[in-house]
Design a protein around this ligand. Structure first.
Ligand SMILES: [Zn+2]
Length: 234
């Protein structure tokens, strides 16, 4: 058997592990940033609702001031009523008072609505604070371990790469180059076994002559379709 073949098989085994680890280098940071995003979203939601609550309370104060100013005016008119000289003046003052009183009653309705809104905003805020606390707890519970896991995976990838590169030292440069190109361009599979009479990488049916040469194992056979290096498997 061509003595390069067992080395290539070992290298591919290491690259299979590296491929699994590479998936983690994407999924772990994604999980971490997802947890951070949950906290950020919760923070935004809480601050938005707090602003609405402040605005509601401001509006209530303004409406109360309006009522107060109307009441001051009503008191003024009522004092003037006591000193009214004519029936006409008396009627005019009375109608002003009635107008202000009906205005106040409308403002009261608005205040009531604002108070109802306030209590529903408060309930909403309470819910959002719970969600925010949960998101923060979730991040706190996982952040360190995820960061650790990410570092660990990177370390392992480096270790397996080093092992693979050490094996590669025993191969001709051109073969290593070819292997590296296949890893890069063929979904991290450079060396595959035959699957019956098919290429284990792409499923292409291998010609009988290719099968015979593959079985002999004297040289490295490439799949005529995907270019991967084939290794015989009973
Ligand atoms: Zn193939």
């Amino acid at each position: 058997m061509n003595n390069h073949i067992p080395i290539l098989v070992e290298m591919q085994k290491l690259d299979d592990v590296i491929a699994e680890k590479l998936v983690l280098t994407e999924s772990l940071p994604k999980r971490l940033s997802g947890l951070k995003k949950d906290v950020e979203d919760a923070d935004n939601q809480v601050s938005e609702t707090k602003t609405r609550l402040e605005e509601n309370r401001k509006d209530q104060k303004l409406k109360e001031l309006e009522i107060k100013s109307n009441n001051d005016q009503i008191t003024k008119y009522k004092n003037q009523l006591l000193a009214a000289q004519s029936n006409k003046e008396y009627k005019a003052l009375n109608s002003e008072v009635a107008h202000l009183e009906s205005q106040n009653s409308l403002i009261d309705d608005v205040i009531l609505q604002l108070m109802e809104d306030e209590s529903s905003i408060k309930a909403q805020l309470e819910e959002e604070l719970k969600i925010q606390a949960n998101a923060k707890a979730e991040l706190k519970a996982n952040e360190d371990s995820l960061n650790l896991e990410i570092k660990e995976v990177e370390k392992e990838i480096k270790k397996f790469r080093d092992q693979r590169n050490n094996l590669a030292k025993d191969l001709p440069r051109a073969l290593v180059k070819r292997y590296a190109a296949l890893i890069k361009n063929r979904n991290r599979k450079a060396v595959v076994f035959n699957n019956g009479n098919k290429c284990g990488g792409c499923g292409y049916v291998l010609r009988p002559q290719v099968m015979i040469e593959l079985q002999k194992g004297d040289e490295i056979i490439n799949c005529e379709n995907c270019g991967r290096m084939l290794v015989f498997h009973e």
